[in-house]
Ligand binder design. Structure first.
Ligand SMILES: Cc1cc2nc3c(=O)[nH]c(=O)nc-3n(C[C@H](O)[C@H](O)[C@H](O)COP(=O)(O)OP(=O)(O)OC[C@H]3O[C@@H](n4cnc5c(N)ncnc54)[C@H](O)[C@@H]3O)c2cc1C
Length: 498
């Protein structure tokens, strides 16, 4: 019997992994990627001996990587040279005080008690809660495919309403554990990874700080792009064919099925199955006929965007740890202004120095620095030349100055004079490079009404052989989550293949 064929649109994490799963199950799979290299948001570049991960910098939930690599017949440990980053982050507050988040409980005790007497006990109770939330959320919500409403709103899931506290707001819920606003911020900022503010995120997300401390934050030697390279090796060995610099212009459909795709140069490619890894709202809005669904999706909540700076620096800043997070005292106002799509007066921000973990990431005696400043996503006011009315150079200038100011508080002054070169990405860059709607770096946000069955499904409601994988479908954003999404959709495709 002739094997079925599948076209995958996009070589992001979800696209590569799903292609490998399908090829391993006997399908003839071709991945079409608009860019010149694979990885999507998990991207990188090198310049003058400096190596930059431009998207993810934190490998969290290592056990998910392990399981998902195993599901692809590979060993994560053989393919990635991982080291644990501990302390995972150094947090710096506005008054210059700090907190090193570490799995060393003696150190956590001393640091927390110095900030708020009695807070260590609260922290331990918070970790216990995370320990309960994590396996439940992973097994019952994240790693499951919800194809019908009854699977999600089931009696079996009802107790989760009480145990996972999805209806409680994460930040407010922190009062049960600690009082100090700095500690509340230190134990909720991870919600940003979901594109959420802790003031609206469900308390379920206490599983994030828990997993970072309990299972660790890790770093693959050579950087996060090694994950992409490992997945590419698996996919190629499984027989997947890749075509780069190939933009899909539209998906060719009839009333109920996708017939294939049409490329930017007009070529038509046919396939039995089309799997879109490109950002889901973009696919509905740009690659499919108008039917009202795209407008509905565009009205959903999107996660924030970021302005990222990539600096090759001619001296090394050894005092700077690998992951430093500057948390603003006006924590709430920060999230509020991101939500209003305005630039925060005094932004919280993150600085990554990869050569603290792998010296080969910068030339000897020099440094490679990445700074990420969360900002609001793009609104729709784009002029006829594709320029955003809302986004201006002034915003990246202010973001850059904010990074310099914060680093100065750590004694790193005069950095500007040591920068050999700079590249930076704005919300407009994210939109253009990866076709992310509204330049939203984490895709559709993870509010309660956009999770599980309520998140856009991994199969199109009308075209029954058109599937989705990636950040804006179930389960959501993140590299480990994209690996889960790829497996779930591949299992569904194999099951539904006729
Ligand atoms: C700044 C930043 C920091 C992050 N930090 C972390 C982190 O530390 N840890 C973590 O786990 N996650 C992190 N993430 C999230 C993580 O990177 C993403 O959730 C994940 O990589 C998304 O993968 P995806 O499968 O959705 O594919 P995407 O990355 O969205 O890839 C989709 C691909 O489709 C291609 N494409 C789009 N349109 C077309 C078309 N018409 N034709 C052909 N190809 C097309 C795109 O070019 C792209 O390559 C971060 C993301 C960003 C942006």
């Amino acid at each position: 019997m002739k094997s079925s064929s599948a076209i995958v649109i996009g070589a992001g994490i979800g696209g590569i992994a799903a292609a490998a799963h399908l090829a391993r199950r006997g399908l003839h799979v071709t991945v079409l990627e608009k860019n010149s290299r694979p990885g999507g948001r998990c991207d990188h570049f090198s310049r003058e001996g400096h190596h930059f991960d431009t998207g993810p910098t934190l490998l969290i939930m290592p056990q998910v990587y392990e399981a998902e690599f195993a599901a692809l017949g590979a060993s994560m440990h053989e393919m990635l040279d991982l080291q644990r980053v501990d302390p995972s982050y150094r947090l710096v507050f506005d008054d210059g005080s700090g907190l090193a988040l570490t799995s060393d409980m003696k150190s956590m005790h001393d640091q927390l008690e110095a900030i708020e007497t009695g807070s260590f006990q609260g922290f331990l109770r918070y970790m216990e809660e995370g320990d309960r939330h994590y396996p439940l959320a992973m097994d019952r919500l994240v790693s499951r495919d919800f194809r019908t409403a009854s699977q999600f709103f089931s009696l079996r899931n009802l107790p989760l309403l009480f145990t996972l506290k999805p209806l409680a707001h994460h930040y407010r819920h922190m009062s049960a554990f600690v009082d100090e606003p700095r500690l509340k911020a230190a134990l909720t900022f991870q919600d940003v990874y979901m594109g959420l503010s802790p003031f609206e995120a469900p308390a379920t997300f206490s599983m994030m700080p828990y997993t970072e401390l309990a299972h660790g934050v890790w770093y693959p030697k050579g950087g996060m792009y090694r994950v992409v390279e490992a997945l590419m090796d698996i996919a190629r060995q499984s027989g997947v064919e890749f075509a780069f610099n190939e933009t899909v212009e539209r998906i060719d459909v009839n009333a109920t099925r996708a017939r294939g795709v049409v490329l930017a140069d007009g070529r038509k490619l046919e396939a039995d199955i089309v799997l879109a890894n490109a950002d889901l709202p973009y696919v509905y809005g740009n690659l499919l006929p108008e039917d009202g669904l795209a407008e509905k999706l565009a009205r959903k909540r999107f996660s924030c965007s970021v302005v990222s700076f990539f600096w090759g620096v001619n001296q090394s800043y050894e005092t700077l740890g690998p992951h430093t997070l500057f948390l603003a005292d006006d924590y709430r106002e920060n999230f509020e202004s991101i939500r209003r799509l305005t630039f925060p007066e005094h932004p919280s921000l993150y600085v990554h120095a990869p050569s603290r973990l792998d010296p080969s990431m910068a030339p000897p005696g020099e440094d490679t620095l990445i700074a990420i400043v969360p900002v609001g996503h793009l609104d729709e006011s784009i002029d006829e030349n594709g320029r955003s009315q809302q986004y201006s150079k002034e915003i990246s200038d202010r973001a850059r100055q904010a990074v310099f100011q914060r680093l100065a508080a750590l004694g790193i002054t005069g950095l500007e004079a040591h920068i050999k070169f700079e590249e930076f990405y704005t919300p407009l860059s994210w939109r253009k490079r990866y076709n992310l709607m509204k330049g939203s770096t984490h895709g559709l946000s993870h509010t309660l009404t956009q999770l599980g069955y309520l998140r856009p499904h991994n199969r199109h409601p009308h075209y029954h052989n058109l599937y989705f994988t990636g950040a804006s479908t179930h389960p959501g954003t993140g590299v480990p989550t994209a690996l889960i999404s790829a497996r779930l959709v591949s299992e569904r495709i194999i099951e539904e293949r006729v």
